[in-house]
Design a protein. Structure first.
Ligand SMILES: [Zn+2]
Length: 470
C-alpha cells in the first residue's frame, strides 16, 4: 500500500505522540485516525457498512458460522460515539444484518461484531479518498444463497396471472400508486404527493411546471401497440431492464437545491416500470429498486442474467454552470465518442464505481472485462434506433439538449447482446430542470414518453422468439 500520501496532520499527530511512534515509521501512523461518518445501506442484494475516517484504518475480520456473524478488529481506533451510531443505524428490516455490537477489545483496537440473519459471503476492502469522501473501510455483506433474478421474475409473472388484470403493478405502495397513475389519462396527473422512498415530489412545483409549458404536447396514454402487430411472432414475455443510475454511497449529481440524481432517477424508473408492467407480455426488471450502490459491470450482468430485451439506464445530467438544459440519449461507441461532450459525460458516468466503491480484487470484475471486449456492432445499430425513438418522444414533453443520439464508451451500455441506451433525463444543475425532475407531473410525463419510445421501437423491431422459460 502506498503510504506516501498520508496527510500531514496525521504526521503531525504522530510527532506529538512521541518517539515510539516515530520509530514505527510512517506505516503505523494510522493510529489516531478519526471517524467522520458511518453509513449502512441495506438491500436484498447485499448490505453495505461504511466507516469513513480521516486517515487509513486497518481491519482484521473473522467469520463465525454458528450463529452467523462477522467479527472485525479495527486497529488505530478508540471507541467513540460515532461508532456507537453504527449500532443504531441498523434497521430491524435489514434483509441481511440483525444487529451490530461494538466494544473496546484492547487499547486502540475496537471490535465490531455484526450479527447476520443468514450465512454471508463478506467482502471487506478499503477505498482511498475520492470526490467528497475521505478514507473508507467497506463491508459488503452478500447472502451466501443468492436469488436468481430470472426465477424471481417467473414467480412474479405466475402470481400476476392469479390476480385480476388491474392489480399487476407489484405490491409496494409506490408501485401501486404509480399503477393508479398509469390507469388515468396521463395529462391529468394526480396532485397527491408521492410517498416515494426518498424525497416526496413537490406537487406545487408540478402544477407550476404545467402552467409554464402550455405548448408541450399533451402526453398520450402509454401506447399498447407493442404486441399487436407481432403477436404471432412472439408470445413470450419481453423483459425491459431499467437501470436507475448511482445509488447508495454514490449520490450522482446534486442539484443547486440539493436534489440528488440517485433519488429522482429511481422515482422515474419506478414510474416507467409500472407502465411497462401494464403492457401485455412485458415486464420491467430494475437493476436496483432501492437506495444502494450497484457497480457498473453488475448492472450489465444483471440485465444479461434475466435475458433482457432492452437496457435503459436513467440519469440526470450536470454541468459546472446553471445554464445547460435538456435531455440527451446515448448509445455505445466502438470507435470513440461522437463529440467531446459525449466523451466527457461517459467519463463522468463511468467514474461512478470510484465514488460508489467497488472491491477491485473481486473475481467477477475480471470475467466481465473479457465480456466487454466482444463485438457490439449489431447492438449499437439497435441501440441507435431505440435511442432515436425515445429522443423523439422526450422531445414532446421537454427540451432536448441534443437532437440526435450521441455515442461514447459508457461502461454500462456494453452488454454485447442487449440494445442499450443511457438517458440523461434533464440537467439537474439547471434550477428549472431540477424542479421539473422533482415534480410528479414531469416524472409522469417523462415515464409516459419513455414508454411510448419503447413501444415505438418494438413496433418496428419486434422482439425475436427466444428459447426462454417465460
Ligand atoms: Zn448519472
Amino acid at each position: 500500500m502506498n503510504k506516501k500520501t498520508v496527510a500531514h496532520p496525521s504526521r503531525r499527530q504522530a510527532l506529538q505522540l512521541g518517539g515510539v511512534v516515530l520509530l514505527l515509521g510512517v506505516q503505523h501512523i494510522a493510529r489516531g485516525a478519526t471517524i467522520v461518518a458511518v453509513r449502512v445501506w441495506p438491500s436484498k442484494d447485499y448490505t453495505r457498512l461504511t466507516i469513513e475516517s480521516d486517515g487509513e484504518i486497518k481491519a482484521k475480520q473473522f467469520f463465525i458460522a454458528e450463529p452467523p456473524r462477522l467479527a472485525v478488529d479495527i486497529e488505530g481506533l478508540d471507541l467513540i460515539p460515532a461508532l456507537r451510531e453504527l449500532v443504531a443505524k441498523v434497521k430491524s428490516d435489514d434483509p441481511n444484518i440483525s444487529g451490530i455490537r461494538v466494544g473496546q477489545n484492547a487499547p486502540g483496537v475496537v471490535r465490531l461484531v455484526i450479527d447476520l440473519k443468514q450465512p454471508m459471503q463478506p467482502q471487506v476492502f478499503t477505498l482511498r479518498p475520492v470526490a467528497a469522501y475521505k478514507y473508507r473501510l467497506v463491508f459488503d455483506l452478500y447472502p451466501a444463497q443468492t436469488i436468481d433474478p430470472l426465477e424471481a421474475l417467473i414467480a412474479e409473472r405466475l402470481s400476476d396471472k392469479d390476480k385480476p388484470e388491474t392489480a399487476n403493478a407489484g405490491n409496494d405502495p409506490l408501485g401501486d400508486l404509480m399503477a393508479q397513475h398509469a390507469n388515468k389519462p396521463a395529462d391529468k396527473p394526480s396532485s397527491n404527493p408521492s410517498p416515494s422512498t426518498s424525497k416526496p415530489a413537490n406537487s406545487k412545483v408540478a402544477a407550476a411546471d404545467k402552467d409554464k409549458n402550455p405548448g408541450a404536447a399533451p402526453a398520450k396514454p402509454p401506447a399498447d401497440v407493442v404486441a399487436t402487430p407481432e403477436k404471432n411472432k412472439t408470445d413470450r414475455l419481453v423483459i425491459v431492464a431499467l437501470d436507475p443510475g448511482h445509488g447508495g454511497e454514490d449520490p450522482g449529481a446534486i442539484g443547486p437545491g440539493g436534489t440528488r440524481e440517485k433519488d429522482v432517477v429511481l422515482q422515474i424508473a419506478h414510474r416507467l416500470a409500472s407502465r411497462i408492467n401494464q403492457q401485455p407480455n412485458m415486464r420491467a426488471y430494475l437493476t436496483r429498486d432501492a437506495d444502494f450502490f450497484v457497480p457498473l459491470h453488475v448492472r450489465v450482468q444483471k440485465a444479461r442474467r434475466v435475458q433482457a430485451d432492452l437496457f435503459i439506464s436513467i440519469h440526470a445530467d450536470a454541468f459546472f454552470t446553471a445554464r445547460p438544459q435538456g435531455a440527451s440519449v446515448f448509445a455505445l461507441s466502438e470507435k470513440g465518442a461522437s463529440s467531446s461532450a459525449a466523451r466527457w459525460i461517459a467519463d463522468k458516468e463511468n467514474s461512478a464505481d470510484l465514488v460508489g466503491g467497488i472491491n477491485v480484487k473481486a473475481k467477477d470484475a475480471q470475467v466481465q472485462k473479457a465480456l466487454f471486449d466482444m463485438s457490439t456492432t449489431a447492438q449499437i445499430n439497435d441501440s441507435l434506433k431505440l435511442g432515436s425513438a425515445m429522443l423523439g418522444e422526450i422531445g414532446n414533453v421537454g427540451k432536448l439538449h441534443k437532437p440526435r443520439v450521441e455515442q461514447a464508451s459508457f461502461a454500462v451500455l456494453k452488454a454485447p447482446d442487449i440494445p442499450s441506451v443511457l438517458v440523461e433525463t434533464a440537467f439537474i444543475s439547471n434550477p428549472d430542470e431540477e424542479a421539473r425532475l422533482r415534480s410528479e407531473a414531469y416524472q409522469v410525463q417523462l415515464a409516459d414518453a419513455l414508454m411510448r419510445g419503447i413501444a415505438r421501437y418494438f413496433s418496428k423491431n419486434p422482439p425475436l422468439a427466444r428459447n426462454r422459460a417465460l
